[in-house]
Design a protein around this ligand. Structure first.
Ligand SMILES: NC(=O)c1ccc[n+]([C@@H]2O[C@H](COP(=O)([O-])OP(=O)(O)OC[C@H]3O[C@@H](n4cnc5c(N)ncnc54)[C@H](O)[C@@H]3O)[C@@H](O)[C@H]2O)c1
Ligand SMILES: O=C(O)C(=O)C[C@@H](O)[C@H](O)[C@H](O)COP(=O)(O)O
Ligand SMILES: [Zn+2]
Length: 364
């Protein structure tokens, strides 16, 4: 098993990464002083429940825990206020108290939702992240928890750090192919923002990653979680640096909202957004090779790199204005300045953005 730390003073926590480590969940909870006196709530979705819920519940109960479960429908639409309220109902009915904990087992949807349940229930109880998608290397680390609004992604939420992250890489074996590709989009993002060598390694190992080669995947997830932990440790609440993790998200989140949260997967929307940010980089005077290279790598992963042409440009432009980086009338974009380097840039004109959105809709 490998271990990383998110270094946040008294809120510091470990990320455990290893194959088969989910079987040690009850012992890990006990090590982290989550005791058996108060009930715990396990939140997951229907797909993940099918594979892993019985095993997790049995092992927790064998460890003396009283376990309530909440199983939501899979997909982004479960990140809603209505589902949040259902979760709170389950928590109340199961008698969760301030010593209880919420355990999220699943991808980023479950992690963000369950994390926000934990952040808001009785004004905040502890929670644990058990990521089961590649993409969740990102969502399970860093404490951003949220649900969506019809008009904008992640605008109802909080910063609430987990007690620990337990990443059992064996769970990834059951992922559908489209989810593997979407997860790799956010994983290569960690390289695009921070680590050119990782991008080069990623490019050379794409086939292995797509085939879920255990060694390649464990290495990539360790590096990806490491980038995330390093950035969050320096800027927990996005005062500055942390915004770089948002590469591709300004356009990406707008596409998710405008398409009703059920057409593009998060990682797919972010792939398109990363190509858009790279095209904006060229407008700002950086080499055009950044966009060419970004697009080549994302295409090789089988990801979409163009905006579905039926999405309305005006609707996308208006959704962009709800981006959380938009402040005092100024758009803020994360712009790649080289492969492996980005800057936070507030000099991007909305005229350019519209032009790039149109271009991304127009070409194959
Ligand atoms: N909080 C953050 O910092 C952060 C970071 C990145 C993304 N996110 C959020 O994460 C969400 C996307 O996460 P995601 O891509 O993991 O989506 P997801 O949670 O919807 O999971 C993807 C799909 O895979 C299924 N699944 C999950 N694990 C599985 C497994 N092991 N085997 C088989 N099927 C499995 C799920 O049921 C779902 O259908 C978005 O809402 C995004 O906004 C948050
Ligand atoms: O952790 C962060 O910070 C990120 O930006 C990671 C993103 O991949 C993630 O999608 C996050 O939820 C986006 O945050 P938001 O503040 O733009 O909603
Ligand atoms: Zn993301």
């Amino acid at each position: 098993m490998k271990q990383l730390t998110v270094d946040l003073g008294e809120r510091s926590y470990p990320i455990y990464i290893g194959e088969g480590i989910i079987s040690g969940l009850a012992a890990t909870l006990a090590n982290h002083k989550i005791g058996t006196k108060s009930p715990i709530l396990v939140v997951t979705d229907e797909n993940v429940a099918k594979f892993y819920l019985a095993q997790v519940k049995d092992s927790l109960e064998a460890g003396g825990y009283r376990v309530a479960t909440a199983v939501v429908a899979p997909g982004e639409k479960s990140k809603s206020l209505a589902v949040l309220e259902d979760m709170i109902t389950v928590a109340l009915e199961a008698g969760l108290d301030r010593s209880s904990a919420v355990i999220a087992i699943g991808g980023g949807v479950v992690g963000d939702l369950a994390g926000f349940v934990a952040a808001s229930y009785m004004r905040g109880i502890r929670f644990v992240q058990i990521p089961t998608t590649i993409l969740a290397h990102d969502s399970s680390v860093g404490g951003k928890v949220a649900v969506n609004h019809r008009l904008a992604k992640n605008v109802i939420g909080a910063f609430h750090q987990p007690e620990f992250v337990l990443y059992d890489t064996a769970t990834l074996k059951t992922l559908p192919e489209r989810e593997i590709r979407a997860g790799l989009s956010e994983l290569v993002k960690e390289g695009f923002i921070w680590d050119r060598e990782f991008v080069e390694w990623f490019d050379a190992n794409t086939d292995k990653l797509l085939a879920l080669d255990s060694e390649a995947l464990a290495h990539a997830l360790y590096i990806g979680c490491g980038v995330k932990a390093t950035v969050v440790s320096q800027d927990e609440r996005e005062g500055g640096l942390r915004a770089i993790l948002n590469l591709g998200h300004t356009i990406g989140h707008a596409l998710e909202a405008v398409s009703g949260y059920d057409e593009l997967l998060h990682g797919e929307a972010i792939a398109i957004g990363m190509v858009g940010a790279a095209m904006l980089s060229e407008k700002l005077g950086n080499p055009g090779s950044i966009a060419v290279e970004t697009e080549r790598i994302l295409r090789k992963l089988g990801l979409p790199v163009r905006i579905p042409s039926h999405l309305d440009t005006d609707a996308i432009m208006s959704a962009l204005m709800h981006d959380k980086k938009f402040k005092e009338g100024t758009m803020v974009f994360i712009i790649p300045t080289a492969i492996g380097e980005v800057e936070i840039n507030s000099n991007v004109s909305s005229v350019w953005v519209r032009e790039i959105v149109e271009r991304l809709k127009g070409e194959a």
